[in-house]
Write a protein that binds this ligand. Structure first.
Ligand code: ZN
Length: 367
């Protein structure tokens, strides 16, 4: 489960794009948030389940929130100002029958490492999706809940544009965001939803209350970082206890089955480095901290502390932390979407070269 939101500059106080995501995952899964510097891959790149062709040139440095068992990322922001988060979704196509391929988290990371704009990130994702397909577990197969396969939807944003991308196997659809948009654990692009929505997924109880709450906070203008942080910490607007935006979902025996394990808020501005705030664990219990988009400076060799208490103080003070104020969620109506594109790929198609060109040309041609 997850919830992801975006507000373009038309909806924010200073024209920045604001991106926010809660990552809801198995309670025993840990995520690490860190900066990944540019990398030059000389040969095939091993992602979570398969090898993919290396990128042509150095990758783009990015902050990634990575579950420790896999290669991909739940959410992230690159130094060019692209932010991406994904959602587990279910459709009429059973993901358990798919052979191993890419998983949604791999596609999040591959797009952030290879794309300097949201448009190009969509092209990277759809190109790789059509070439390799999706398949394999998106949960740690050795974790308490075992393996779990699902399809992914994505919210892709940069300082001036954003897109919703929804998938079912190798089939995908894209909607351009015109103002604000939220996604959750269901198909939401109207035509794609009408054709592919899982007929028995209990979205009314488990998904729609969170999705509507996200739409409501985006309807309060201007959309602010504090409002998004307050929303990501919220526990109201759920039909069943625990299935809230800040998730604490338990089974009938009271055992936690799905919880928010990481959260990220990004400010994306033209000509400026992105501002990224992140936390791991529950947003209701932890504060957001600024994450630098650079490698940490080299530390001098460790020396025995002159005084143990002083040493602890220094470690705490050296954290480049900035806290986000707490705020309540807003109220109001739904977000709006724009044009939509649909594609269906087959195996053996180009990953990034021809695929990018094709998608870009389709996008340009649409109203
Ligand atoms: Zn909570």
């Amino acid at each position: 489960m997850c919830d992801t939101l975006v507000a373009l500059g038309s909806a924010t106080a200073d024209g920045a794009t604001l991106f926010a995501k809660n990552s809801d995952r198995p309670p025993d899964e840990r995520q690490v948030v860190s900066f990944h510097p540019p990398r030059l891959d000389a040969g095939p790149l091993r992602v979570t389940h398969i090898d993919v062709d290396p990128h042509d040139g150095p990758t783009i440095g990015c902050v990634l929130s990575v579950p420790t068992w896999c290669w991909g990322a739940e959410q992230g922001v690159n130094v060019a100002g692209v932010a991406i988060g994904n959602e587990a979704i279910y459709t009429t196509l059973d993901p358990r029958a798919a052979p191993v391929g890419l998983i949604g988290m791999d596609l999040v990371r591959l797009a952030l490492e290879r794309a300097p704009t949201a448009t190009e990130a969509v092209a990277v994702i759809t190109g790789l999706l059509e070439r390799h397909g999706q398949g394999g577990t998106g949960h740690d197969p050795t974790g308490a809940g075992g393996p779990k396969a699902y399809w992914s939807s994505f919210l892709v944003a940069d300082p001036t544009s954003a897109f919703v991308l929804e998938t079912s196997g190798r089939t995908w659809a894209v909607e351009q965001v015109t103002d604000v948009r939220a996604i959750s654990n269901r198909t939401t692009i109207p035509a794609f939803d009408a054709e592919h929505r899982h007929p028995r997924q209990p979205v009314a109880d488990l998904v729609d209350p969170r999705w509507r709450a996200s739409q409501a906070v985006l309807a309060e203008r201007p959309v602010t970082v504090d409002a998004l942080a307050g929303h990501l910490r919220s526990h109201d607007s759920c039909a069943l206890p625990g299935w809230s935006v800040c998730m604490h979902a338990a089974d009938a025996d009271g055992r936690l089955v799905e919880v928010t394990t990481a959260s990220m808020i990004a400010e994306l501005r033209v000509g400026c480095s992105p501002v990224v705030r992140s936390l791991t664990g529950h947003p209701c219990r932890h504060d957001y901290h600024l994450v630098p988009l650079a490698c940490p400076p080299a530390r001098p060799p460790a020396r025995p502390p002159a005084h143990p208490d002083l040493c602890r103080d220094l470690v705490i003070c050296n954290h480049p932390a900035a806290k986000v104020g707490r705020a309540g969620a807003g109220r109001g109506g739904a977000g709006r979407g724009g044009a939509m594109w649909v594609g269906r790929g087959g195996p053996g198609r180009g990953a990034s070269g021809r695929g990018c060109q094709r998608v870009r040309s389709v996008m340009t041609a649409m109203p």
